[in-house]
Design a protein around this ligand. Structure first.
Ligand code: GDP
Ligand code: MG
Length: 168
């Protein structure tokens, strides 16, 4: 059996938890003051999807999102995408459309998933459920709510993405 390797880009505004999500999924850790650099372009994790070996390569940005300067090399060859916004950051929710547009411009209509992270902070939410669900519907994307901190739904996001990629 040939192993399938998938380049996944994780995009969204700064501080929504992208790097934390990659660390959590690939290393099983969460650190509260995790900072930008992981020193490599991506982290990877293998999983089994319907008896197929899949290797997900999760590409992290080095925090350049704050400067709107993510290089073409980051997107190049991306085969799947996670769009992330935060429960406590209204702007990050409103920016999802333009993030998705950017991805489509760089690599076209690849399998993608919409993620609302920091669901452990739901008491402080600035986004109504129906707004988030409405956006997912509009973009025709599966929608997950995660807490990277509490390890809620993170595996499900990547399992879904790998599955969707294989079915494309
Ligand atoms: P990035 O800029 O999108 O890569 O975001 P980071 O991964 O650097 O995370 C920004 C901050 O949010 C860090 O302090 C993280 O510890 C925190 N964070 C990430 N995920 C969660 C979560 O699910 N819940 C809470 N409460 N904090 C989180
Ligand atoms: Mg980061």
């Amino acid at each position: 059996d040939m192993e399938v390797a998938i380049k996944v880009v994780v995009v969204g505004d700064g501080a929504v938890g992208k790097s934390s999500m990659i660390q959590r999924y690939c290393k099983g850790i969460f650190t509260k003051d995790y900072k930008k650099t992981i020193g490599v372009d991506f982290l990877e994790r293998q999983l089994l999807v319907n008896d197929e070996d899949v290797r997900l390569m999760l590409w992290d940005t080095a925090g350049q999102e704050e400067f709107d300067a993510i290089t073409k090399a980051y997107y190049r060859g991306a085969q799947a995408c996670v769009l992330v916004f935060s429960t406590t950051d209204r702007q990050s929710f409103e920016a999802i459309g333009s993030w998705w547009e950017k991805v489509e411009i760089e690599v076209g209509d690849i399998p993608a998933v919409l993620v609302q992270n920091k669901i452990d902070l739901l008491d402080d939410t600035v986004i109504k459920n129906e707004e988030a669900e409405g956006l997912a519907k509009k973009l025709k994307l599966r929608f997950y709510r995660t807490s990277v901190k509490e390890d809620l739904n993170v595996n499900e996001v990547f399992k879904y993405l790998a599955d969707k990629y294989l079915q494309r």
